[in-house]
Design a protein around this ligand. Structure first.
Ligand SMILES: N[C@@H](CCC(=O)N[C@@H](CS)C(=O)NCC(=O)O)C(=O)O
Length: 210
């Protein structure tokens, strides 16, 4: 049977992982297309027709006919369409959005870029790496304080805020950040990893397959 959702992504991509994690936690059996970034597939006319920014992930939603980009926007779409992980209460979706904007503003840059440096994908000089180190730890401290006060980022249940932020923090050790210094984050990660349908950050297919 044709699947409603097709995720176009790359297995090393944190934003792709966030969307795969959301689909899996929602119990959605989705198709997956591995985009060959090395070959420049994400800059091909066919891919640019789906995402003008030329980046993964993209989610095709056969029901609405939408091809969506930007992982946080995709998480919001899935939450609204599937009625899951929207954030508790009337203010829940707005609170979840606050965390997702914060994530890309403060947390994702230092962690994803430090990881890219360690993998040899980027080549930043020492002062830039030191800046990412300081910024990443400052953001992790903010997260630690929030999670010391509450099991989940919004209300009393997991939401797309947790999924979005987990999709960055899961890569922090590969980026060189020591999460032992953040016990509340560690406990929250264990709660995330115990959710039905959880997939680990290296859990997406490495080659194209449906
Ligand atoms: N803010 C975007 C970031 C997406 C992004 O950075 N994608 C990377 C892979 S992790 C990419 O496609 N890079 C190739 C490029 O930018 O040319 C999101 O959350 O979806």
């Amino acid at each position: 049977m044709t699947k409603r959702f097709t995720l176009h992504g790359f297995w090393l991509s944190g934003p792709t992982y966030k969307v795969g994690l959301m689909l899996s936690l929602c119990g959605e059996d989705f198709a997956y297309h591995s985009v060959n970034l090395r070959a420049g597939e994400h800059k091909s006319p066919a891919f640019l027709a789906k995402n003008r920014f030329g980046q993964v992930p993209v989610l095709d939603d056969a029901k609405t006919g939408l091809a969506l980009c930007q992982s946080a926007a995709i998480l919001e779409h899935l939450a609204a369409e599937l009625g899951k992980f929207q954030g508790e209460g009337a203010a829940g979706p707005a609170r979840a959005r606050e965390w997702m904007f914060w994530d890309f503003d403060r947390l994702a840059g230092p962690i994803y870029r430090s990881r890219a440096q360690r993998f040899g994908i980027r080549n930043f000089n020492q002062p830039v790496m030191e800046m990412y180190w300081a910024e990443g730890n400052a953001a992790l401290k903010v997260l630690e304080e929030a999670l010391a006060a509450s099991d989940w980022l919004v209300g009393t249940k997991p939401s797309i805020a947790d999924i979005d932020v987990y999709g960055v923090v899961a890569f922090a050790p590969q980026a060189g950040f020591d999460l032992k210094a953040y016990p509340a984050i560690g406990a929250w990660m264990a709660r995330m990893e115990a959710l039905p349908g959880f997939i680990p950050s290296d859990g997406l297919p490495k080659t194209a397959q449906a």
